[in-house]
Write a protein that binds this ligand. Structure first.
Ligand SMILES: [Cu+2]
Length: 128
């Protein structure tokens, strides 16, 4: 019986750790909300970002979404910038593969062109 309890506790703890290992951040601009999540912890190199997009509290499908990822120049490092298009997964979810070429703080501008209405820019940042 004790072994069973230990096993259950381990399973709960491991589940908790696995969940904590990922990354999630919410960015908003006026009535636009983007929940950005990554299954694994953010790391230098390629990361698959998932974006859940809502406009005026409604799921936004069929928008054109791209991400501008950049780091201003630092001593001994020129400015870095890349733009990637996100692909729609349906249900207001979008996915983008983003490459962070070094550690530090990266600025992210999420550019959203909804099916109707003006282009929206949601700003956020991540620390690698
Ligand atoms: Cu840098």
């Amino acid at each position: 019986m004790k072994t069973l309890i230990k096993l259950l506790m381990m399973a709960v703890l491991t589940g908790g750790l696995l969940h904590a290992a990922g990354f999630e951040k919410t960015a908003t601009f006026r009535t636009t909300k983007v929940v950005m999540s990554v299954e694994k912890p953010l790391a230098v190199g390629s990361n698959t970002l998932e974006l859940m997009l809502t406009l005026d509290a409604k799921v936004s499908e069929g928008a054109a979404v791209s991400l501008k990822v950049f780091m201003p120049a630092m001593p001994g490092m020129p400015a870095m910038e890349s733009v990637v298009d996100a692909t729609s997964l349906g249900g207001g979810k979008y996915k983008a593969d983003v490459n962070f070429s070094m550690g530090g703080t990266w600025q992210i501008h999420i550019l959203i062109t909804p099916k109707t209405g003006k282009r929206i820019r949601v700003k956020t940042s991540v620390n690698i």
